[in-house]
Each structure stands twice: as structure tokens, then as C-alpha cells.
Write a new protein. Structure first.
Length: 576
């Protein structure tokens, strides 16, 4: 292969393609946002494509250089499901000692076409090259980074003849190079979970592991802690030095046994219980923690009933100047909100249930106010130039700020509205000089999604929210970029625990559609809704609502086709 940097560039491109296939496999059973077809009513159930077996053969006798490389690529994919013994047979003895297959994964969009350097064949050495699209990279910790589509990179393998006259690979970069299809067959997406700082909820951290030993890798990475961007926004409860005592997570009767090293015994019973909750959420079942190989079960408090924060499925819309609850295809007035007469509502926000929530309204573009009630008129919460549509987090902070950023957002404590301490800047130096189109805080309050543009096209980022002991946000972490194919976007929301919805378009699309953007996975577009201008969602892709410029509202529901559920409404909004 060529240098590691070159491989990573190509790997990133290849991984995107690979991940696109994977996401179809992973989300196929639960996703109900339409991905094809017209905007009509209908019922359909996607079929499960299954998991075909990935096989590999040892090197053929007197195989040509391109045959050796092709066999090595196939054996890498098979190794991710079992062991890399077959793949190692394609390497020289020295290369076998040096090659680290799990250092990273470069996912290729398709099977590469190989080219052999014929000029050096007589000398017993040659180079096999290929140019390929790398759609994504999975690093050694299982963190997936989607790559900008359309970039190509060169991969090369240096081959020599061994003492038996057989071609073997002598030069290869660490890591795997596999196609998107094989990645989908051999890797498993796993959400690791870490508690919020206040220990109220679990926050997902998406990873990709080889399916053959994903449980052990999931435990190992849970003990190591969250991805870097999330580290300041969640808590860790495993004491330093805690690790698996054996490189395995064996099943026991009715449970999974997680054998850990001695440092775990220094954790308090409450922390042990929270660690159990983390591992059960990550591994998907009952877990027992043991100390050492064959050790006794570690005692703990009762496992807390801690789960993943969700958004109530309780949307509102604006019909004329009245805020209405939307239930199926029926709208009823929200009695706690007076008509918005005299305001120019351009966005709504609230938290909790709509029936008794205090709504906020963006009035035009330069003011955010409380919604009027029968007893009181609107109260100004925030003023500024071209304010962002507000998002209200579970701590009662309203997030907004000017679209043109100076390196911060603004958060308003709704309980302190009107006081000098109500508005606080939230430092985000990476936003300086960018125009922000949309922000949305995750239901857990530990993450925020941002769509912005620095003049070269839209970018989608997710960052951790760092808070003080009182829950007041103080800064955003350095973000991770997701949704690499998106070149223009106007709005972002949380479709699910680790999945964003972005109203935008890719380079191959002429109009915005709902893009499904995983936080650590490949972007997949849905089918278009003509003249779409707004997007809203609670927890679950089946809750998505898309508004159009003529006042129609379409829902995903349980159908693979968009369904019109309302007309003459706008500003569809879920809590958050």
C-alpha cells in the first residue's frame, strides 16, 4: 500500500459508500421515513436483506500478483467475522509480524480495479495499484467518520516472490480495506452509553465493531470512556485501570458475564450499579460483573432505571394566529396559549407536554418572546439580528443567537427571564465567522446539532454541551462533522437517539429532502416532498413531519410513502 495518510484519504471516501449500504441494513427494520415513491398514502414493509456469508480462500498456487491482492482483500473481510489467519497467508513473514488489521477500516465504495506494474515482474518484485472511492473510516476505537463523496485515492501493495517462488504482499499499511457491501456483512453498529453528568439519562456514543467479538470490544471501549468530543458532557464511573481480565465476554445462564480487573472493586455500590446500567444498555441484556477470571459476582446497588432521554410525541402547529395541538390528522387549540395576534411568528419552541407548556415564539427575526396567555401578553426573552429558531433543553434553557456568529451561542434561563443573569453566552470558538442556519439540543441535554456555512457550503456538526454544577451551559466541545454529502441545508432535528434529520440536499439533488444523518454513520436521503420548507421530529423516525410552502404537512407514519395529515398550517414543532 501507499502511505498511511494516502490510505486514510481513500478510506474515508470508501467508508462513506460502505456505510451507505450498512445504514440500509441497520435501519431497515425500524426506519419509516420514505426513501422512494410519490407523496401518496400507502402501506409497505421493507424486506430484510439478510447477512450473506463472507468467505475467503488461501492463496492459490502460482497466483498472479493481482490474484494475490484480490484474495487478500476478500480475506480481510472474512477476518472481520472470524480471524485474520487466512488474510495473513497472503503476506510475507515480516509483513505478518508488522500488520495490525484493526488499526482502522477503510471502506471502499465498490470492488477496486487492480493494475499491476509489469516493468519489475522479472526482478521478483512488483506493485499492484488501484484508485478507489473511500466513503468512510472506522478508527481503532470503532468511531466512524463519513467522508466527502467523490474523492478518489490511490492504494498500492508491494509484492515480492518468496523462497518458493510464490507472490506475497510485503508492503501494506495497517488496517483493513474492504468494500461497503462486505463492511455491512461483517461489522456491527453498537451504541455505547454514558450517563449525563447529573446521572439522569444515558447518552449514546455510536461505534462500529467486527461482529465476531463486538461484545468484548464494546465493554473495552465503555471502560475507556466516550469519544473525545463527548467526554466533557457525560460522566464516567469505572475507576481508572478497570479493564477486561480476559479478552472475552462469555455468556452465562440468562446473562452476560463481564470479567473485570481488580480496580473495579474500588467503585462505590452506586457507581457499580450505574456501570451495570451502562453495560446492559450497550450489550442489550442482563449483565453480571465479575472480578478476575472465575471470580465472584461483584455486588452493587439495584441497577437504576436510567434510560435514554426522549422527546414527547406531542407536536403543535400554527393555524392562522392560533397554536394548535396535532393528534393524527386532528388539530385542537392549545388553551394555555392566546392567539398570537400582533406578532409575526416565524418559529415556535417549548418543552414538556404542549397542554401545559410555556411556549416561546420568534417574533419576526429579531426578537424571541413568551407566547401570550389569557392573563398576560408576551415577554421579551432575547433580541438580536437574525436570531436562530429557538431550541429549549430539558434544563429550561432556550438556545438561540444571531445567525452570523462571533464564536458563541446564547442560552436564556427561562426561570430567570427578565433578570440580568437570564442570558448567558455559550462559548463555541469553532463557530466564529460561520453563518448558522439551525441548532437543536438533544433530549438528553448533553449534545447539540448545528447546521452552519462558512461560505463553501453547509456543514453539519454535533458537539458536546458542557455545563456547570447548576446545569447552566458554559461551552460547546470541539465538534465532529457528520453528513458529509450534504452541501446545502436549512434545518436540523434529532430523529432518534443517535440519528439526525437534516432538511437539505446533496450534490446530486435539485431540491431539499430529509437526509438521515447518523452521528457516526453514512448519510441516507429519503424520498422528496415537493416544496418542503420545514422539518420536525420527536424520538423515532416515524414521527417526522415535513411542511411545505403551500401550508401542507406530511408525515412519515408507518408507511414508506409520505402522507398528508394537515393543510393550512405551518411551524410544526415538537418539544425541544
Amino acid at each position: 500500500m501507499s502511505t498511511t495518510g494516502t490510505l486514510r484519504d481513500r478510506a474515508r471516501q470508501a467508508l462513506a459508500a460502505a456505510c451507505a449500504t450498512v445504514l440500509v441494513v441497520v435501519l431497515g427494520a425500524c426506519a419509516s421515513i420514505p426513501t422512494s415513491g410519490p407523496v401518496v398514502e400507502g402501506q409497505a414493509t421493507p424486506e430484510d436483506p439478510g447477512q450473506p456469508f463472507v468467505s475467503a480462500l488461501p492463496p492459490p498456487r502460482d497466483g498472479a500478483p493481482d490474484q494475490i491482492v484480490r484474495g487478500f482483500l476478500a480475506a480481510q473481510a472474512q477476518g472481520a467475522r472470524s480471524t485474520f489467519d487466512v488474510a495473513s497467508e497472503y503476506l510475507t513473514d515480516a509483513a505478518q509480524d508488522d500488520w495490525s488489521p484493526l488499526a482502522q477500516v477503510a471502506i471502499l465504495e465498490d470492488v477496486p480495479q487492480l493494475e499491476v506494474d509489469e516493468s519489475t515482474l522479472k526482478d521478483g518484485a512488483t506493485t499492484v495499484r488501484t484508485t478507489a472511492d473511500v466513503v468512510g473510516i472506522v478508527d481503532a476505537r470503532g468511531v466512524y467518520t463519513e467522508q466527502v463523496p467523490g474523492r478518489t485515492t490511490e492504494i498500492s501493495y508491494g509484492l515480492v516472490r518468496d523462497d518458493d517462488g510464490q507472490w506475497r504482499i510485503a508492503t501494506v499499511d495497517d488496517g483493513l480495506t474492504i468494500t461497503a457491501t462486505n463492511f455491512a456483512r461483517t461489522y456491527k453498529q453498537v451504541n455505547l452509553y454514558f450517563p449525563t453528568v447529573d446521572r439522569a439519562y444515558l447518552v449514546p456514543d455510536a461505534r462500529w465493531f467486527p461482529s465476531r467479538n463486538w461484545q468484548a470490544l464494546a465493554v473495552r471501549e465503555t471502560l475507556r470512556g466516550p469519544a473525545e468530543w463527548l467526554a466533557g458532557s457525560v460522566a464516567t464511573v469505572a475507576p481508572d485501570g478497570t479493564a477486561l481480565s480476559i479478552d472475552s465476554v462469555p455468556p452465562t445462564e440468562g446473562a452476560v458475564s463481564v470479567p473485570l480487573t481488580e480496580p473495579v472493586t474500588s467503585a462505590s455500590p452506586a457507581d457499580r450499579a450505574l456501570l451495570l446500567a451502562q453495560l446492559q444498555a450497550s450489550l442489550g441484556g442482563r449483565v453480571e460483573i465479575t472480578v478476575g477470571v472465575g471470580g465472584s459476582v461483584l455486588s452493587a446497588d439495584d441497577v437504576p432505571t436510567i434510560g435514554v432521554a426522549t422527546t414527547p410525541d406531542d407536536p403543535v402547529v400554527l393555524a392562522g394566529d392560533q397554536v394548535m395541538r396535532l393528534e393524527g390528522r386532528t388539530t385542537t387549540p392549545v388553551e394555555s396559549v392566546a392567539p398570537l395576534t400582533g406578532l409575526q411568528p416565524t418559529a415556535l419552541a417549548f418543552r414538556g407536554r404542549s397542554a401545559d407548556a410555556g411556549l416561546v415564539v420568534r417574533d419576526g427575526g429579531d426578537r424571541i418572546v413568551t407566547a401570550p396567555t389569557a392573563e398576560a401578553g408576551p415577554t421579551t426573552l432575547l433580541t438580536g439580528s437574525n436570531l436562530l429558531a429557538p431550541s429549549v433543553d430539558r434544563f429550561g434553557y432556550l438556545w438561540s443567537g444571531p445567525q452570523v456568529q462571533a464564536g458563541s451561542l446564547q442560552a436564556v434561563n427561562l426561570e430567570e427571564a427578565g433578570s440580568d443573569q437570564a442570558v448567558t453566552p455559550v462559548a463555541a470558538p469553532w463557530l466564529e465567522g460561520r453563518t448558522v442556519m439551525s441548532v437543536r439540543v438533544a433530549p438528553d441535554g448533553a449534545r447539540i446539532a448545528v447546521v452552519s456555512d462558512a461560505g463553501t457550503g453547509s456543514q453539519v456538526h454535533v458537539a458536546g454541551v458542557v455545563r456547570d454544577e447548576a446545569g447552566r451551559p458554559t461551552q460547546l466541545s470541539e465538534p465532529v462533522r457528520v453528513g458529509q454529502p450534504v452541501v446545502a441545508a436549512t434545518q436540523v432535528t434529532w430523529l432518534d437517539r443517535a440519528l439526525l434529520g437534516v432538511l437539505g440536499r446533496t450534490a446530486g439533488e435539485s431540491a431539499p429532502v430529509v437526509q438521515r444523518v447518523p452521528v457516526g454513520g453514512p448519510t441516507v436521503p429519503t424520498s422528496p416532498v415537493e416544496n418542503a420548507v420545514s422539518l420536525a421530529s420527536a424520538t423515532g423516525v416515524g414521527t417526522v413531519l415535513v411542511g411545505t410552502s403551500d401550508g401542507s404537512l406530511f408525515a412519515a407514519g408507518t408507511s414508506t410513502l409520505w402522507t398528508r395529515v394537515a393543510t393550512e398550517v405551518r411551524l410544526a414543532t415538537y418539544p425541544g
